[in-house]
Write a protein that binds this ligand. Structure first.
Ligand code: MD3
Ligand code: FE
Length: 208
């Protein structure tokens, strides 16, 4: 496997986890999933303010958000009502390699960034099971990713996530604040239209 950098306790960065051919194959899997489950614009609870990131999902559960019902996981697309497409086998393989022994992933959130998209610092705490790790894979333009501790306002560190990189968040890092400061437009040729795709696999329910 590729080398690993322990950025902070529980935060592991695997630069170049996927080679170019594997990135292209995964890109094609995700474009097929997006044809079945078109990107939607999530909105903040209550205010309805739109996210700058467009999203979709694959797997038995998907993360969605709108003004009325807020953040949640649900088995169907918020606009089409269709079940989410399955998690592609090569993503399940990456989960098995990077989170050995963890119960299978139930959700893969697909985040689509254009050159202007950002994600503010937040925690991921909509999952009933926060004991399993999160596994993230990046495709396309690089991003400046930022991670801090479990409380807002503490020190943070930022590093670049490039196409093919994997990141795992486990143990003490699972409830760390994190976000995406910026996208480096034009830094990758993987996506014909530019931009960045981030894939985040999660366990949602407590394993039986
Ligand atoms: C650190 N996505 O979808 S992936 C998200 O690049 C999200 O699209 C970012 O934050 C993106 O919620 C970051 C890496 C990641 C995912 C979950 C984490 C880092 C994390 C949970 C805890 C700590
Ligand atoms: Fe997050």
């Amino acid at each position: 496997m590729s080398s690993v950098l322990e950025i902070a306790p529980g935060v592991r960065h695997y630069p170049g986890f996927l080679d170019r051919a594997a990135q292209a194959a995964l890109r094609d899997d995700i474009l097929a999933a997006l044809a079945a489950a078109p990107p939607f614009v999530p909105r903040m609870p209550r205010t309805g303010k739109p996210f700058s990131v467009r999203m979709s999902n694959c797997g038995p559960l998907g993360w969605v958000s709108d003004a009325r019902l807020g953040y949640r996981y649900q088995p169907t697309h918020p606009e089409t009502g269709a079940p989410w497409p399955p998690i592609p086998a090569r993503l399940v393989d990456a989960w098995a390699a990077l989170a050995p022994g963890a119960p299978p992933p139930e959700a893969c959130l697909i985040n689509l960034y254009d050159a202007a998209a950002r994600m503010g610092l937040h925690q991921d705490r909509d999952e009933a099971d926060v004991s399993a790790p999160i596994v993230s894979l990046s495709l396309g333009d690089a991003a400046l990713f930022r991670v801090g501790g479990a409380t807002r306002g503490g020190p943070t560190r930022a590093f670049r996530l490039a196409s093919g990189d994997a990141l795992t968040l486990a143990g003490p890092a699972r409830l760390a604040f994190h976000g995406v400061d910026r996208i480096y437009a034009g830094s990758s040729t993987l996506l014909a239209e530019g931009g960045r795709i981030n894939l985040t696999m999660r366990r949602v329910t407590k394993a039986a």
